[in-house]
Design a protein around this ligand. Sequence first.
Ligand code: BGC
Length: 427
Amino acid sequence: MKRHLYRTIAGLAIACCVTAYSHAPAQAGEVEVLHFWASSSEAGAVARLKATLRAQGHTWKDFAVADGGGGLAVVLLGSRVKSGNPPTAAQIKGVAIQEWARTGKLSSIDGVARAEKWDDILPPIVSDIMKYNGQYVAVPLNVHRVNWLWVNAAVLRKANAKVPTTWSEFFEVAEAMRRIGVIPVAYSGRSWLDMGTFESVALGVGGPDFYRKAFLELDPAVLGGPEMEKTLETYKRIKQYTDGGASGRDWIVATDMLNRGAAGMMIMGDWAKAEMVGAGKRPDVDVLCVPTPGSGGAYSFDIDSFVMFHVNEQNRQAQSDLARAVMSKDFQQAFNLTKGSIPVRLDVKMDQFDECARRSRQDFRNGAKRGLLLPSLAHGMAQPAHTVAAMWEVILQFWNQDRMTAREAANRLVKAVKAETPTSHAR
Ligand code: BGC
C-alpha cells in the first residue's frame, strides 16, 4: 500500500515536471535519427537526446546501426537517400558534412543558428566544419579527444612504473607491465581504431606541423619522409605489447580489458571513458588519462554532429527544435557527462565533469589559441573516407607483414594517397 502511494506520488511528480518543461509545438513532428551509438554508455547518451526531443512534444524514431566508428551507418544512409527515403537527421561528421551538402539533399539550419547566435558560441574551427557555403547545415553535439592514453592505475603501481609521457617511456612501461604478466596494451584491430592509434603516434613522433602537412595537406614529401618512417616504426613497435586477440577486436572489449586490469594501457578517444565510468571506474583515479606520448598540448579532435535532410513542413519544425535543443547549455552538459566527451560550447560550466574532461577542455581552449587543434584523420575530420581507407590498407599491411620495412610502407602511403586524390599535390 505504502509502496503504491510512493509510486503514485513519484508518477505525479514526473508528470508535473515533464509538463512544466515541455512545450507543445504548433505541430508535433517525427524525427527519425540515424546514428551508430550502440554501446551501453552511448545508448545512455542517446536516451538524453530522445528525452530532450520528446519534451518538445515530438516523436523520436531510432535508426541505430551498431557499428563503432560509423562506417556501416554511412553505407546504409547512402542507400536510404538513394531510394528517396532519407531519415530526418543523421550522425554525419567532419569532411562528410561538406560531401553531403554538395549533393543538395541537406536542409539548412541556418535560421536556427542565426537566431541562437551559434557564431558567437562556437569556436570558428568547429563552426567552419558545420557550414556549407556560409550556412549551417550541421549541429555539433560534443568534442571527443582522440589522442588519449588510458592507464590502469593498479597495474601501473604493481609494475612499479610511472605514467609515460614520451614514446621511449611508453615502451619501458610496457616492458614493466609484461614482466608482471599483464598484457601491456589493450589493442582493437579495426580500421578506424588502427588509424586512431596511428595518428596519435604521428602526432607524438612528428609533432603538430608534421601532422598537418602529412594528414591535412597530404604533402608527399612529408607523407613519405623520414618522420613518417619513424612514425611507422614506432607504431609497429606497439604490436609486440598486444595480445593474440587484438585483430578485429571491438573497442568495448579492449576497454573492458583495461577496466579489469587484464591490460595496462590503451590508446583511444574518450568515448571509452564513458564505458569505464559505466563499469564503476573513476577517471583519473582508477584509470589515468594523459595525452598520448609526445603529443602534449596538441589535441586531435572528433566532433559528433547531426545533419538534417529535406522533410515535410511538420517534421521541419521538429528538426529545428532538435537543432536548438542540441545546442542548449543544459543538453550539452547532460549529454557530454554521459558520453565521455566535452561540450562544444565553451560557456558550459565544467564543475560537474571529471578531471579528464576538465583537462580536455583546458587543452581544447589552449589548443584553439595556439593552433594546436588538429582534426582527426581516423574520424573523418581531415580527409574523405576513401582517402583514409586507402591509407589504412597500407598501415594494416605494414602491421601484419614482418618483411615490409617502414621505408617501403611510407612510399606506399604516398602512392595510395596519390591514387585517391589525383587533384591534390600528392603527386
Ligand atoms: C564517435 C563517437 C563514438 C565512437 C565509438 C566515434 O567515431 O565520434 O561518438 O562513441 O566512434 O563508436
